[in-house]
Design a protein around this ligand. Structure first.
Ligand code: C2O
Length: 539
């Protein structure tokens, strides 16, 4: 067994962006944090040491964690947080996965600055299913607030109103040369003419889907969410928080500087941070200090849904002999989940006229427990959660109408949906227009799923399944439910434990757009959740 060993020190670090400085929570003093490298099949041991005054937990986003839910990381779902001064060793084996994923804090809004790339190389001697690029680079997209992000979210929780949007986007930690306040001019990717580069693009932003583009260069998409896809070329990719996309760029110019740009895609009339982050693709030998020679590009406008769709609809599983798409064909649980916003009474809220914004799935606003669900499940602690998460919304209505029926209050609850080991599941995720139709990047822990269908309007259970792709649908861990539409996903519940599913727009998670699946142990020898490690943090 090969062991990859890492120590992550959670420490404060003073950083300056947009002409102002603040202390941020980081790993090892880096923003973005260090890249973790491992190979398929490795046993990974990562010791996280908490030196800050906040509770911390880290999630290895997209790692299946087969039978090792204790290492998954979401606070109060699979573990109690690591308290100040404490540490915890995340111990897991990477089974059947290779590609780009990322790690991030999974408690309140700490992931704004606590995140980094997780690169899983294929087993030694196993090639990529596409020509090996000459070089590889990690490109992490994120958001920057001038003020303290924990203060921003705590204020929003108290007031019941939406929090402030970020002040800038960042590419590998920097807004880029367009910002008058950045001295170094942002991230620079140096390239040699004629060489190929695989960019491992990660969206670690809290609340915004992003377009990503490089002036004068095409992007060949080869992988999303650590699963290979049929390669295709595009000018622009769209990437939601929680998603990763590998693209290959050929440096087919002789010299020059080319703008790399990231800006929001948000098909809804709501406030977003509209600042385009930029970086530079820099050919070797080109003089550094002449900004006028950079070839610029503009990303699509914020509401360019056709651009996003043409990219998203091109994604197909590679589905080769070596990497088959094992799409569940027969379904044990057919679920219909509404995802969206709502309003609930809030007599204690200081603003918002006695009401607050909430979010829900099937009208259930998820309430975080105070003991981790996985612990309660494993030790049989009663009263922490109930297993009555509804398979359908309480009543049907025109989900995409922006003037919904009057009775749209949600119920609070810590409800899970229970599955038997190896059950097959289909979930139709239907966006609702309550308050506003909005994209929701839904992330499922513990599994990859296949996106078998997608549409605009209300899902029709009679006609829509006829158009499902059950042959080579894209396989991912995070899918964006389109504004005013739906997606259908399928997965195989072959991983015992408790698995979080939530909107990866952090504000929607905060408001309650989350639930969990509980998968029982199977009867076979390797079909049960392993016992918790000795150093599992206590609440
Ligand atoms: Cu990347 Cu539960 O999150």
């Amino acid at each position: 067994v090969i062991i990859a060993l890492y120590i992550l020190q959670v420490v404060l670090k003073k950083e300056t962006r947009l002409c102002s400085s603040k202390s941020i929570v980081t790993v090892n003093g880096k923003f973005p944090g260090p890249t973790i490298y491992a190979r398929e099949g490795d046993n990974v041991l990562i010791k996280v040491v908490n030196h800050v005054k906040y509770n911390v937990s880290i999630h290895w986003h997209g790692i299946r964690q087969l039978r090792t839910g204790w290492a998954d990381g979401p606070a109060y779902i699979t573990q109690c947080p690591i308290q100040p001064g404490q540490n915890y060793v995340y111990n897991f084996t990477i089974t059947g996965q290779r590609g780009t994923l990322f790690w991030h804090a999974h408690i309140l809004w700490l992931r704004a600055t606590v995140h980094g790339a997780l690169v899983i190389l294929p087993k030694l001697g196993v090639p990529y299913p596409f020509p090996k690029p000459n070089h590889e680079a990690v490109v992490i997209l994120a958001e920057w607030w001038k003020s303290d992000t924990e203060a921003v979210i705590n204020e929003a929780i108290k007031s019941g109103l939406a929090p402030n949007v970020s002040d800038a986007h960042t590419i590998n930690g920097h807004p880029g040369p367009i910002s008058n306040c950045t001295s170094q001019g942002g991230f620079k990717l140096n390239v040699d003419p004629g060489k190929t580069y695989m960019l491992r693009v990660i969206n670690a932003a809290l609340n915004e889907e992003l377009f990503f583009k490089i002036a004068g260069h095409k992007l060949t998409v080869v992988e999303v969410d650590a699963t290979y896809v049929k390669p295709f070329q595009t000018d622009t990719i769209v990437i939601a928080p929680g998603q990763t996309t590998n693209v290959i760029v050929t440096a087919n110019k002789n010299s020059g500087k080319y703008m790399v740009a990231a800006s929001p895609f948000m098909d809804a009339p709501i406030a977003v941070d509209n600042v385009t982050a930029t970086a530079t693709l820099h050919y070797s030998g080109t003089l550094d200090n002449n900004p006028t020679t950079t070839l610029t590009t503009s990303t699509p406008p914020q509401n360019a849904t056709p651009v996003a769709n043409s990219f998203l609809d091109s994604l197909r599983s590679l589905n080769s002999q070596k990497y088959p798409a094992n799409v569940p064909q027969k379904i044990d649980h057919s679920l219909f989940f509404t995802v969206g916003l709502g309003v609930n009474p809030c007599p204690t809220c200081k603003q918002g006229n006695g009401s607050r914004v909430v979010a829900s799935i099937n009208n259930v606003t998820f309430v975080m427990p105070t003991i981790a669900l996985l612990q309660a499940h494993f030790s049989g602690i009663k009263g922490v959660f109930t297993t009555d998460f509804p398979a359908n919304p309480p009543f049907a209505f025109n989900y995409t109408n922006t003037t919904p029926p009057a009775n749209m209050g949600t119920t609070n609850g810590t409800k899970v949906y229970r599955l038997s080991y190896n059950d097959t599941v289909q979930i139709v995720l239907q966006d609702t227009g309550i308050i506003a139709p909005e994209n929701h990047p839904i992330h499922l822990h513990g599994f990859n799923f296949f996106q078998v269908g997608k549409g605009i309007g209300n899902y029709n259970p009679k006609t829509d399944p006829k158009n499902f792709n059950l042959v080579d649908p894209v396989e991912r861990n995070t899918v964006s439910v389109p504004s005013g539409g739906w997606v259908a996903i399928r997965f195989h519940a072959d991983n015992p434990g408790v698995w979080f599913m939530h909107c990866h727009l952090e504000i929607h998670t905060t408001w309650g757009l989350k639930m969990a699946f509980l998968v029982d142990n199977g009867k076979g020898p390797n079909e049960s959740l392993l016992p918790p490690p000795k150093d599992l943090p206590k609440c």
